[in-house]
Design a protein around this ligand. Structure first.
Ligand code: HEC
Ligand code: HEC
Ligand code: HEC
Ligand code: HEC
Ligand code: HEC
Length: 459
């Protein structure tokens, strides 16, 4: 028995000793480069167009055409931000010159690999318009280091497509089972980003890793590419768990619906006339596997609005009570506060005073956000121009936040007071969107959830 165990452990030790060697050999085969080093190392002709896959992978192709990643270059707001802000800024300021190519490392990765920088405008119809394409993701063999950040995926184009199943038969290409595609770190290569100042300006995969979903191994794919029985290709096998290429996020009303739940209750059900009234709202990140908002948090606005209707029908907006933490002023809506002054420098507008910081959010509402600051400490929506971050007051996965509202109205009529709490989401601060002429659907506030409670003012 003892000899057996020794033999087994010797075999294990041998396997352990071999493993790095095997890995190293595999890595040597992958000549592909990661991140900035991959710029200009490939040709367009190394990558197939999505249409080449659509003929067999029909449903996946139709699903994916509707996902934002297939529009990562053509989407109007992306075109505006790259061509009207980032590109001119990169050509003017040494510190941020890397984004001229860098934005494309995630938004038009095949164009980045082909070194076609800067890409032509959307109207020119070049291959940049493919955005994040089938053949880019399915030729990713690994990443260039830990953590995943700034397009450090490694792509090996060719006849072999990376997948997650074994022994598949395709008349068109080879397939390889690659566990990397099952991981959140795969997504993190583009969903984590550092600015030229080394600041984490996107950290979706890092947020996920720290949260309950990360600890439980519920990966991005489980929520954004859910499994359904069926076939992934014409002439393919039937499987119980085909990955749907939905990739629905903030642009999907269903994904946003209820992403922050809200419940509201009064401290006392009955109050004497003239007594202060105190209500508490509880907001929960019930659905997302990362913070809300995540990703492009510099642009997103998530806020809580509470209002009361008295017995005469008069509506009173309530102001959130201050908690007193550092940086709290950025989380309470103030229609007079200005920000985004760096747009003036970027666009060359002399004497630019900035734009309303909080867009459409009513005064006194709580905003769940993390402000991004430029080198001069001004709040910015340009993540590449971010030198520091403010207090992170976003909601972590499966976490609740409580907010109180204390209200001392005079002359409130006796009878029922109805208190309503609503949570709203806007993908882009409306003042910035209007200034840059971004289409209205990009910043129209979306109602995420609501709840109502009542109390009585005694006669
Ligand atoms: C002529 C038909 C055809 C074309 C064209 C085609 N495929 Fe496939 N592909 C298949 C079939 C069939 C399978 C096997 C599916 C099965 O049995 O589950 C497959 C499997 C795959 C897999 C493996 C999935 C896994 O779970 O491991 C990937 C990845 C893939 N294809 C990507 C692509 C990409 C990317 C393109 C375009 C560049 C493409 N395919 C073009 C027919 C095709
Ligand atoms: C438990 C399910 C779940 C998991 C796990 C999950 N997500 Fe999400 N994700 C959501 C929901 C719900 C939303 C919609 C709320 C929102 O937009 O913030 C969302 C939104 C997003 C958005 C859009 C964010 C915005 O507001 O612009 C991105 C990008 C995203 N997820 C990427 C990821 C990545 C990458 C991972 C893995 C590291 C991941 N998600 C893991 C549920 C999940
Ligand atoms: C953003 C990266 C990404 C893009 C773009 C993408 N895929 Fe996938 N695809 C994946 C990942 C990741 C998986 C495997 C998920 C898993 O099994 O955990 C997958 C799985 C598949 C599968 C196997 C599905 C199954 O479960 O049997 C096929 C086939 C496939 N993709 C084809 C395509 C085609 C065709 C396109 C373009 C229309 C495309 N993919 C675009 C990331 C991507
Ligand atoms: C090659 C880079 C790249 C990879 C790899 C990648 N993404 Fe993305 N993803 C993007 C970009 C760029 C966008 C922004 C698209 C846009 O411009 O609106 C995006 C947007 C999204 C969104 C937001 C959709 C919405 O409705 O707002 C979700 C969800 C998402 N990705 C999920 C994933 C998941 C899950 C994975 C891993 C399986 C993944 N991504 C891998 C680049 C990537
Ligand atoms: C490391 C990868 C990466 C880099 C580099 C990058 N982006 Fe993105 N970008 C993303 C991802 C991922 C999202 C989606 C995040 C989300 O939905 O929260 C996104 C979202 C956006 C959006 C918002 C899209 C929307 O639908 O609301 C714009 C605009 C944008 N990026 C422009 C740029 C510009 C301009 C640059 C260069 C200065 C750049 N990006 C660099 C990955 C990247």
């Amino acid at each position: 028995m003892c000899t057996l165990r020794r033999a087994a452990s010797a075999a294990a030790a041998l396997a352990l000793a071999l493993a790095p060697a095997v890995l190293a050999a595999e890595r040597r085969e992958t000549a592909g480069k990661a991140g900035d080093a991959a710029l200009g190392t490939r040709r367009y002709s190394d990558y197939e167009k999505p249409q080449a896959c659509a003929g067999c992978h029909v449903d996946i192709a139709r699903e994916y055409e509707q996902a934002m990643m297939s529009q990562a270059f053509t989407h109007r707001w992306d075109e505006i931000e790259y061509f009207e802000l980032a590109l001119p800024h990169a050509e003017k300021i040494e510190k941020v010159k890397g984004v001229k190519a860098g934005c494309n490392g995630c938004h038009a990765p095949v164009t980045f690999l082909a070194g076609d920088i800067p890409p032509k405008r959307v109207a020119a119809g070049t291959r940049a318009n493919e955005g994040v394409s089938c053949d880019l993701c399915h030729t990713i063999v690994d990443r260039g280091g830990d953590p995943s950040v700034n397009y450090n995926w490694i792509s090996e184009p060719g006849k072999t497509k990376q997948g997650t199943r074994r022994d598949l038969k395709s008349p068109y290409h080879e397939t390889r089972e690659n566990p990397f595609l099952r991981t959140a770190e795969f997504c993190g290569t583009c969903h984590n980003e550092k600015s030229p100042w080394g600041v984490w300006v996107k950290s979706t995969q890092l947020e996920w890793r720290e949260g309950p979903h990360g600890r439980a191994g519920i990966v991005c794919q489980d929520c954004h590419m859910p499994r359904a029985p069926g076939r992934s290709a014409r002439m393919g096998e039937t499987h119980p768990d085909v990955r749907q290429h939905l990739f629905h996020g903030a642009h999907d009303a269903g994904k946003l619906a209820g992403v922050a739940e809200v419940r509201v209750h009064p401290e006392a059900r009955e109050v004497e006339p003239g007594d202060p009234i105190r209500v508490t709202a509880v907001v929960v990140n019930a659905k997302a596997g990362h913070k809300i908002p995540t990703g492009s948090a510099e642009e997103r606005v998530l806020w809580l609005h509470v209002e009361a209707k008295d017995a005469s029908g008069k509506v009173w907006p309530l102001r959130v009570d201050r908690k007193g933490f550092a940086g709290e002023e950025y989380t309470i809506a103030d229609p007079k506060a200005l920000a985004y002054q760096d747009l003036g420098d970027i666009q060359g507008i002399p004497g630019f005073r900035g734009l309303p910081r909080d867009g459409p959010v009513p005064a006194g509402d709580r905003i769940f956000r993390m402000p991004y600051f430029d080198e001069q400490g001004r709040m910015t929506i340009a993540q590449w121009n971010t030198a520091s971050l403010g207090t992170d007051y976003r909601i972590a996965p499966l976490q609740a936040v409580t907010e109180t509202f204390t209200w001392s109205p005079r002359d409130l009529p006796a009878g029922t007071v109805t208190v309503t709490a609503t949570v709203w989401y806007s993908r882009l601060v409306s003042s910035v969107a209007e200034h840059l002429k971004v289409p209205a659907e990009e910043y129209a506030p979306v109602l995420v959830s609501s709840h109502t409670t009542t109390l009585t003012v005694l006669p």
